[in-house]
Design a protein around this ligand. Structure first.
Ligand SMILES: C[S@@+](CC[C@H](N)C(=O)[O-])C[C@H]1O[C@@H](n2cnc3c(N)ncnc32)[C@H](O)[C@@H]1O
Length: 486
């Protein structure tokens, strides 16, 4: 048997053992018992089956030590194919929990949208989804698990029948596995995708505009349709060991460069043909990254941002570094660029000095000059009114200049590394739409507050799952809902 197939079977056996243990510890529960949901009920829970799924994921986390697990994460965005991630050592298992009411007939059930599966598997070569299906029986408000029903399956081994009504793969929860390799599975799903003429489409644009996703850019990028973004304004970690409350700036140089290529490759298809891609870097890695980007895009400028660092001692064994390197790239020569919106007006004195006849009537004298590629803008000081609690916040003046020049009004700006949300704030003020990603939840909150101050409401994605006391009260509301589909 193929090694890859064997690994999936072993993973499923391992997880089945964990879940068997879980339902031995918790064979049944009362649906109104707050204790079964120690992290609170997810808002928007619409059915009892959703609730039971939450009990399973939360109890797995709550009892992780006893179950021999290192961690269980369940705050997945709503669009995610899996409900939780179980971490054991270096392994991460992606689990989708399903429920089957064993009093009912065994029907074919919708599993996952075929294009979503196709996209997720094709964009992440190490993604392996595992479904864990629990059989349950109701007695009034008491729910009990049936250990004999418990079954785990991989979409890779499913008979692929697509429900034409909703493009979802359908399968019986108990079915005979078809042992396909990843490539065979991939071929089969792509055939189905083509057969049903389903374009590999991402979520509709309106659903993602002006939102911040508390998510790794590499996980979230598929939300964005190809050729839909006017400007990518990116300020990634620099590989200088900065503390962003995570290890994102603490990679080894080789890993950093590999990772940079990965996210750059993922972002480029999202840019329109007329679009631009700006990237903030420092001198340490800009040569390698610029040279990689030049193999994919056209380089227009290297802008030097002089951070106007005051002269106070500084390095003694080299010249003090006081600049960032901003790369400006485009997809095609037809790129959008509005110089007039960023011209710098001449002061009256200079204007007066240029009264000689050769300057008369010159447009640039009236409208101002090109800002050139050396931008002297002070970095954000501790006392600066713009200041947010982020170690590498960029000044609005710089970000605004880039947006005005390279994104038309009502256009879309993608910032894969939002930090304190400078891009979002600038977009809100300049009448542009944005899509943002930021892995640090704390920073996402800063962005939200920053936008609120500007009178904008920003729905943050995936923060909605955090435990809240009041959510427990919703259990009773849920009781009144029918046992619905999940
Ligand atoms: C240089 S800072 C951005 C600062 C931002 N331009 C500002 O003005 O506040 C980089 C940010 O990227 C975030 N980050 C790092 N890796 C990420 C990833 N894979 N996906 C999304 N955000 C990430 C970090 O948490 C950090 O806040």
């Amino acid at each position: 048997m193929d090694k890859e197939i064997r690994k999936i079977i072993e993973d499923m056996d391992f997880l089945k053992g964990i879940y068997r243990e879980l339902i031995t510890i918790l064979p049944s529960f009362n649906i109104t018992d707050k204790k079964v949901l120690p992290y609170g009920l997810k808002p928007h829970t619409r059915s009892v089956s959703w609730l039971v799924e939450q009990v399973i994921t939360q109890q797995t986390k709550y009892r992780k030590r006893r179950l021999g697990l290192d961690d269980v994460k369940f705050d997945m965005p709503a669009t995610c194919l899996h409900d939780c991630e179980i971490k054991v050592g270096k392994e991460i298992y992606y689990i989708n929990v399903k429920i089957h009411n064993i009093d009912k007939r065994e029907n074919k059930n919708d599993i996952a949208a075929v294009e979503k599966l196709y996209m997720q598997y094709s964009s992440n070569p190490s993604y392996n989804l595992i479904y864990a299906c629990f059989g349950i029986a109701f007695k009034g408000i008491n729910i009990s698990f049936d250990a004999d029903y418990l079954c785990l399956f991989s979409p890779q081994f499913l008979p692929i029948y697509v429900n034409p009504r909703n493009d979802k793969i359908q399968a019986y929860y108990h079915h005979k596995p078809i042992y396909r390799t990843r490539n065979q599975f991939f071929k089969r799903t792509s055939e189905r995708v083509n057969k049903y003429s389903i374009k590999i489409r991402s979520l509709r644009m309106e659903e993602i505009l002006n939102k911040i996703f508390n998510e790794d850019i590499l996980n979230g990028i598929d939300r964005i349709p190809d050729n839909s973004v006017d400007l990518v304004l990116s300020d990634p970690p620099y590989c200088l060991g900065k503390d962003y409350g995570n290890n994102s700036d603490k990679r080894k140089p080789k890993d950093y460069l590999e990772w940079s290529k990965k996210w750059i490759d993922a972002v480029i298809p999202k840019i329109k043909n007329t679009g631009s891609f700006y990237i903030f870097l420092t001198w340490q890695y800009s040569p390698e990254i610029f040279s990689y980007m030049k193999s994919k895009l056209i380089m227009i400028n290297e802008i030097i941002w002089d951070r106007r660092v005051p002269s106070m001692g500084g390095s003694t064994r080299k010249f003090s570094s006081v600049h960032d390197n901003i790369g400006f790239f485009v997809k095609s020569r037809k790129y959008y660029f509005d110089l007039d919106s960023v011209r710098i007006p001449y002061d009256p004195e200079t204007k007066k000095a240029r009264t000689r006849s050769i300057f008369a009537g010159k447009k640039w004298l009236e409208v101002g000059y090109n800002p050139k590629d050396l931008w002297s803008v002070s970095r954000i000081h501790a006392q600066d009114p713009e200041r947010e609690d982020h170690p590498t916040q960029k000044p609005l003046k710089i970000v605004e200049r880039i947006i005005k020049a390279s994104c038309p009004e009502k256009g879309v700006v993608l910032d894969p590394f939002m930090g304190s949300g400078t891009t979002a704030a600038a977009c809100a003020m300049l009448n542009r739409d944005y899509i943002g990603f930021e892995i640090n939840e704390q920073y996402c909150r800063i962005i939200q507050e920053r936008l609120e101050k500007l009178g904008k409401d920003t729905p943050l994605f995936s923060l909605e799952n955090e435990p809240e006391e009041k959510d427990n009260e919703k259990i009773e509301e849920v009781l009144t809902l029918k046992f619905g589909d999940n």
